[in-house]
Design a protein around this ligand. Sequence first.
Ligand SMILES: Nc1nc2c(ncn2[C@@H]2O[C@H](COP(=O)(O)OP(=O)(O)O)[C@@H](O)[C@H]2O)c(=O)[nH]1
Ligand SMILES: [Mg+2]
Length: 234
Amino acid sequence: MDNLIALVGNPNAGKSTFFNNACMAEEHVGNWHGVTIDSKEKLIKLDGKQIAVADLPGAYSLSPYSYEEAVTRDYLLSHKNCKIINIIDGNNLERNLFLTLELIELGFNPVLCINMANELKKNHVQIDIKNLEKMLGVKVFLINAQNKKDCKSVLNFVIYNNDICKSNFDYVKDILNWFDSLNLGLNDRKLTEYQKIKFLEQDEYVLDEFKIDNYENIAKVLESEQTANFVITQ
Ligand SMILES: Nc1nc2c(ncn2[C@@H]2O[C@H](COP(=O)(O)OP(=O)(O)O)[C@@H](O)[C@H]2O)c(=O)[nH]1
Ligand SMILES: [Mg+2]
């Protein structure tokens, strides 16, 4: 499916609300039993084009701590061509943007939807969308996911704009180049950019995948190779 769009975001950001309004679906919404724990896909026609929209379980990060987060990570890794709408709760920008930064750093090129525009307005909160777009390098919408028109215009943008959402943080390129220059004894195994970054973060799934059980030795190499330019955080 060429036109596959995945809704990604923290729990309670409004993904299922967006999904229901964009797809005329009836997923449970809200913070109670019955919220999304597995991915749900629905085919819809938009402007004569058939597209699939996937409502993914809430995730704070792509290094999963919960079953739901693992479902979301696995879905994104196994649907490499899907387009991502990252829905975030505008009332909790700082917390929600953690996942956004992770998505951008890992090359997923999300389109950002800051949700709960109605509440922000009520609380006289203004978000500088243009500045956020400039800083992140991705398209940013301010939406009310309860409003069908808002959801449809985001979908339209995502379908018709393939290239606009390419963000590339320079420091990520530097880190990837640095990783490639290291001799970590991986015996020429080819790592994807996702795996390289998660390797440095000591993500247990990626370390398992490469059967690394002696990270202490690797940590020593990383430490000795670190230049003043890099501080590896966990
Ligand atoms: N005020 C307001 N509430 C919203 C909006 N979008 C979603 N909600 C509410 O936020 C809660 C969480 O939404 P839900 O779609 O279940 O979030 P999910 O966990 O990301 O799927 C629900 O009670 C929704 O009705 C919005 O734009 N404005
Ligand atoms: Mg949900």
